[in-house]
Design a protein around this ligand. Structure first.
Ligand code: FAD
Length: 515
């Protein structure tokens, strides 16, 4: 069980301040910080915490320039820090510019907005107030002039310059500039609609709109589903030659040439049965084998996991039959513990004598990584559980929690990546119990998977050929994406539901490469 005090956990991408780290985080840092001082018992703080977490996810890409932090002033060990900063009410926000000195008490944000968009704009206003020590990672945010653009490629070593044409009070250009801050080979500048010579030279008619200008002098308009920040940033991050800093992209053909493992060409937009069967093999024969005897909560988790597999795994008859045999055997085990070797005997021996068989070995297809250390099993675990939630809906299960709780139990008791298990459990504790329908179970898993994608984007574990995105992309499901009147991106959840139901449906699973 997770026993984190306070309103935030390590998975929230918010720096949790304490007397030990407060000075090193806030003072003399190359990034600016926005800090929330809160008390766990304060209702307004509890109500505000989802916004603070959403903001952290929303501006994750801005982190080298500005980071979010929080400190629980109700925790006695933090009292002195909060008193030193003159905190008397909660929640309070303070901004610490880059290179703040240890004397600094931060700038109070009185009457701050309570929504992500408002806070984001506030942060940009604050960043722009840096006059002496501009955060080194922060790109220029001011408007570009014609002269600057004309000489751009002489003074900047990039292939692409993206120009966001917009009105003076629009924040889109600055938001996109910051969203691209961790990407190389591209620069973003905002141009005001009053810059008439540029407006007419580029033939701009819509504000905002985004134009690409490259080093060979070509100009074209960026094609997006909606003229809004999220769509611009997503499209620009994926331009040819644009790479995340520190993630050079070796062409996949070169990787294949030098790899000892055979590459299986696949369709990136489909689910493969080979991945699902490989996940079963790895989970039942490799991951579980680390547990010599299984008892207590682990045994309950195993029984639930095998039971949902037996019920919903949309596999070949022989695999389904193997899972049913295992499930029947497990249900008969009423003792306090089982031995893994007995479980394995049922899986391998008894089972192989009939027409029930789970193929040995792994053969990743849709879950192949560009190198062996990437993707594979964890990718297939996600895919497996998405398929199972969809399958439970397709077959009209009576318990909306069944698959999710089975996944929770499996991940908590057996998933070898222990930090993953901790993060997943904290998401489960937060909201899994609120799932009351089969459709919301499908959506719950989709939303949490996107949370994990957001947290891991740019991480060492990210395969540069399969970047972590908020999925499905606008190309994969245009109707899943929309914008609010304010220009904020919005998922069209009804469309997402339809999309997931189709994408993970048993009828669409490809059987190529099956052993
Ligand atoms: P994955 O994220 O594994 O996704 C696999 C496929 O699912 C994608 O290719 C895409 O087709 C589809 N997909 C992507 N997003 C969604 C979505 N939102 N809904 C439905 N389908 C989607 N790694 C860590 O480093 N830290 C962690 O804390 C962590 N937690 C994890 C928790 C769980 C429960 C699991 C199963 C894995 C976790 N991992 C974690 C591993 C990580 O999430 C990835 O699985 C791994 O990095 C491989 O990434 P991938 O590129 O193959 O894509």
């Amino acid at each position: 069980l997770i026993t984190e005090a306070g309103l935030y956990t390590a998975s929230d991408q918010i720096i949790i301040l304490s007397p030990e780290n407060v000075d090193s985080v806030l003072f003399n840092s190359s990034a600016a910080h926005l800090v929330e001082f809160y008390a766990t018992w304060c209702g307004h703080c509890v109500a505000f915490s989802p916004t603070w977490k959403s903001l952290a996810r929303d501006i994750k890409e801005w982190r080298p320039a500005v980071d979010l932090a929080a400190i629980d002033c109700a925790d006695e060990s933090n009292r002195k820090v909060c008193t030193n900063f003159g905190i008397t009410g909660y929640p309070s926000l303070k901004f610490f510019p880059a290179y703040s000195s240890s004397e600094s008490r931060g700038q109070d944000l009185r009457g701050f907005p309570r929504d992500v968009r408002g806070l984001r704009h506030y942060i940009i206003d604050k960043l722009e107030m840096h006059n002496e020590a501009w955060p080194p990672a922060c790109p220029p945010l001011e408007t570009a002039s014609e002269a600057e653009i004309d000489n751009f490629f002489q003074t900047n070593n990039v292939d692409h310059l993206a120009l966001v044409f917009e009105s003076k009070n629009s924040y889109v250009g600055r938001e996109v500039t910051l969203d691209l801050l961790q990407y190389e080979n591209i620069a973003v500048r905002r141009v005001l609609d009053t810059e008439m010579s540029l407006v007419s030279r580029f033939g701009v008619t819509d504000f905002p709109s985004c134009y690409l200008y490259n080093s060979s002098g070509n100009i074209y308009r960026l094609k997006v589903l909606s003229e809004a920040r999220t769509f611009y940033s997503y499209a620009l991050q994926r331009l040819p030659g644009v790479v995340r800093t520190g993630k050079p992209q070796i062409p996949i053909t070169d990787l294949i040439k030098n790899s000892t493992v055979e590459w299986r060409p696949f369709n990136k937009t489909r689910v493969y049965m080979s991945d699902l069967e490989s996940a079963l093999h790895y989970s039942l024969r490799v991951e579980l084998s680390g547990h010599i005897s299984i008892s207590g909560d682990d045994l309950t988790a195993l029984k639930k996991y095998i039971h949902v597999l037996a019920k919903y795994f949309p596999g070949r008859p022989s695999v389904k039959s193997a899972l049913k045999t295992l499930d029947n055997w497990l249900q008969l085990q009423t003792g306090a513990e089982i031995r893994y070797s007995d479980f394995r005997d049922v899986l391998d021996n008894t089972v192989q004598t009939s027409d029930a068989v789970l193929p040995e070995g792994v053969q990743w297809v849709g879950c192949q990584g560009s190198q062996e250390r990437y993707r594979g099993y964890p990718c297939a675990v996600w895919t497996l559980f998405h398929v199972l939630t969809v399958q439970a809906k397709e077959t009209g299960s009576s318990d909306p929690q069944e698959v999710l709780q089975a996944m929770r139990g499996y991940v908590s008791s057996f998933f070898g990546c222990r930090p993953c298990a901790t993060h997943f459990e904290s998401m489960a504790q937060e909201s899994m119990d609120h799932v009351t329908s089969l459709s919301s179970a499908v959506l719950w898993l989709w939303i949490r998977h996107n949370r994990v994608n957001n947290r891991l984007a740019g991480d060492l574990s990210e395969d540069p050929h399969f970047p972590k995105i908020q999925w499905p992309s606008p190309e994969l499901c245009p109707s899943c994406h929309g914008v609010k009147r304010t220009g904020e991106h919005q998922w069209n959840q009804e469309e997402v539901q339809i999309f997931l139901q189709n994408y993970f449906s048993s009828a669409r699973i490809l059987t190529d490469y099956l052993q």
